[in-house]
Design a protein around this ligand. Sequence first.
Ligand code: NAP
Length: 310
Amino acid sequence: MENVIIIGTGCAGYTAAIYTGRANLNPLILSGNQPGGQLTTTTEVENFPGFPQGIMGPELMMNMQQQSEKFSARIEYTNVTSMAKAAAGHFEITSEDGTVRQARAVIVATGASPKHLGLPNEKSLIGHGLTSCATCDGAFYRNVPVCVIGGGDSACEEAGFLTKFASTVYLIHRRDTLRASKIMADRALANPKIKPVWNSTVVEYLTDEKGEVRAVTLENLMTGERSELELKCVFVAIGHVPNAQFLGDLVDRDENGYIIQTKGTLTKTEGIFAAGDVADHVYRQAITAAGQGCSAALDAERYLTSIGVR
Ligand code: NAP
């Protein structure tokens, strides 16, 4: 039986591991299907305090992993599929390979995954000219036109990064103003390689004879007019869905699926704590996720003391 299992290896998960490790709780971390979390798919992080020159997202996550291991955190690379509360009060966490692990307390730091538009052939085009990760796939599209769908910070960041490779980056947004923070929006709009396509949405992905994306059909939401835009890759950056489905009724969720915390990082089930993007639809920053990871670790430590573990 583990004292505490932390599910997720983003900023929240690793911070929770550093704190519970340092409190001698010997935490076990279960990685999830994207070890290192969302920052491993980004480039430079300019706003994480302590790095005046910025730091690359993957490097920041490697640092956090090493720091948690320094305090004896153990990492297992697996994806959790379900969780249940046993009659004795502990939790049983089942992974996709069928392994069941037991823990007295659980910190859920599973983050959120990229959303898609929901168009019919969308899922089958992932890896064939459709992606949500510019850092991973941008370099494959040199000197060709690509597009980014979305108007938030992610869309602007991805678009800026893609200008290193692509000939033109169309920024397709459903309104005529960006949601992104002013600095990111200004930077994107000042980049001559980024061409905004306002008030528009993609209604169809068109493919070539090899099944690779060759164009999109755009719909202008003001006029209803449709047009074809030729490009080689679509980067979808329209936000995220929280990864909380595996918890069933153990937690309450809001209408968008984010875990509802009752007090601090507590959830409706004693012994389950939630931290980071899986429970935060408002701030969603690396630093706020890390902060919540710290809070969840302290809450879990108090809970374990209250049930006589220490
Ligand atoms: P977001 O802020 O939720 O923006 C999502 C964008 O996608 C919005 O512009 C939205 O349009 C659009 N959208 C949503 N659903 C759509 C649909 N079905 N069809 C077309 N467009 C759709 O998500 P995000 O950009 O991923 O950012 C998430 C959080 O991470 C934010 O808090 C952000 O500040 C943060 N972040 C920070 C940085 C940084 O500081 N370096 C980088 C990336 C992300 P509307 O605007 O019309 O709603």
